[in-house]
Design a protein around this ligand. Structure first.
Ligand SMILES: NC(=O)c1ccc[n+]([C@@H]2O[C@H](COP(=O)([O-])OP(=O)(O)OC[C@H]3O[C@@H](n4cnc5c(N)ncnc54)[C@H](OP(=O)(O)O)[C@@H]3O)[C@@H](O)[C@H]2O)c1
Length: 336
């Protein structure tokens, strides 16, 4: 971790931009709290027509909706829809509802994400951080792409914004080699033996970047080489939120309190990047946006090795999803 960069980041927050989202329909997952909540406040303030709060607890979502209405003075813009990123049935039902009940989908912010202090598996056999941050996020992206593509107009390219983390730059080696023929990276990090809470979170965001590249390729028109949907990934920087809630030990809470004081931006400051990222336009396609700039790719995302790893992890993501969600086949064919 680069504490110097985080300290400077806290004292140099991203710009608070004010693009208009007038008339836009926007989905924000995991928007009942944290950075997703503050970004939803901003989307409503900036004129969006509909902001769908995609949350796993309707009660928490309704509380968030009421707070958004109080803070923005705009009623009837935010809506609460159920989405549980640990349940493929819920993800499919959510995407189907978007398809049926939303005339056009302009922006989807896939923000729901977790940090886990201990190794736990989802009902699909995947470690939960990999499940939510990588597999379920990729699945929801795949399921929403057709609606986003269909919403493109002559003067607007819809946006799929993946909330990643700059921490993926901290991963400079993996316990697997793309040429070894052994278990792929996703499989390798699905074991208690390779689990370290901080590393697992960082690795999940690296793998999400491989998913990002896969989704960006599917969203690029083969005819023109231009995006039908801008697929951009972003990072709010170290930001106050509930992300570390799974760390319940008193000494971890104490360390996190000090970490927050020294290094974390306010939640509102972190959310600024969601807004500027969503307004980047096609230049953001396939790019990583943090601190008001597009970054060079991380070490494990560049060069021949990066390409091999991307292909390998994207393949693992697709195969894992195909196993439990047969519809993925059709989505890949439709986009290919
Ligand atoms: N805060 C930072 O410093 C930071 C830095 C870089 C990137 N990020 C990323 O920013 C995103 C937002 O995180 P945050 O910091 O705002 O954390 P947070 O306060 O914990 O918010 C996370 C959100 O995700 C939701 N979520 C978790 N599991 C879910 C599931 N199975 N189904 C549906 N929703 C689920 C949570 O809902 P519940 O409240 O119901 O659990 C909550 O709304 C994450 O992707 C995180 O990795 C954060």
């Amino acid at each position: 971790m680069d504490f110097g960069a985080m300290f400077r980041g806290k004292h140099n927050p991203p710009k608070d931009t004010n693009p208009s989202f007038a008339g836009r329909t926007i989905v924000v997952t995991g928007s009942n709290t944290g950075v997703g909540f503050e970004a939803s406040v901003k989307f409503v303030q900036l004129g969006a027509a509909r902001v769908i709060l995609a949350v796993r607890s309707i009660k928490k979502g309704e509380d968030a909706r009421m707070q958004i209405e109080q803070r923005t003075g705009r009623k009837g813009v935010a809506e609460v829809w159920e989405l549980d990123m640990l349940d493929y049935g819920s993800i499919k039902a959510f995407a189907a509802r978007v398809d049926e009940e939303v005339e056009r989908l302009d922006i989807a912010v896939l923000n729901a994400g977790i940090f886990m202090a201990t190794f736990q598996k989802s009902s699909y056999g995947w470690e939960k951080v990999l499940q939510v941050n990588v597999l379920s996020t990729s699945l929801l992206g795949l399921l929403l792409l057709p609606k986003l593509k269909a919403s493109k107009t002559a003067d607007f390219t819809p946006v799929l914004e993946l909330v990643s983390s700059g921490n993926h730059f901290n991963v400079t080696t993996l316990a697997t080699d793309p040429d070894s023929g052994a278990a792929g990276p996703l499989e390798t990090y699905n074991h208690p033996a390779t689990f370290n809470a901080i590393t697992q979170y960082n690795i999940s965001k690296l793998f999400l970047e491989y998913g990002h590249a896969g989704l960006a390729a599917l969203a690029t028109s083969p005819a023109t080489g231009k995006p039908d949907v801008t697929v951009v990934s972003i990072c709010p920087g170290a930001t106050k939120s509930n992300l570390a809630r799974d760390n319940t030990a008193w000494y971890m809470r104490a360390a996190l309190f000090i970490f927050a004081l020294l290094f974390q931006r306010s939640t509102e400051e972190g959310a600024r990047t969601y807004i500027s990222g969503a307004a980047l336009g096609e230049k953001g396609h396939g790019q990583f946006w943090q601190d008001d700039r597009i970054s060079e790719p991380a070490p494990l995302l560049s060069g021949e090795k990066g390409e091999k790893l991307q292909a390998q992890v994207w393949h693992e993501i697709v195969v894992a999803l195909q196993k439990d969600v047969p519809e993925v086949d059709g989505l890949l064919k439709a986009s290919g």
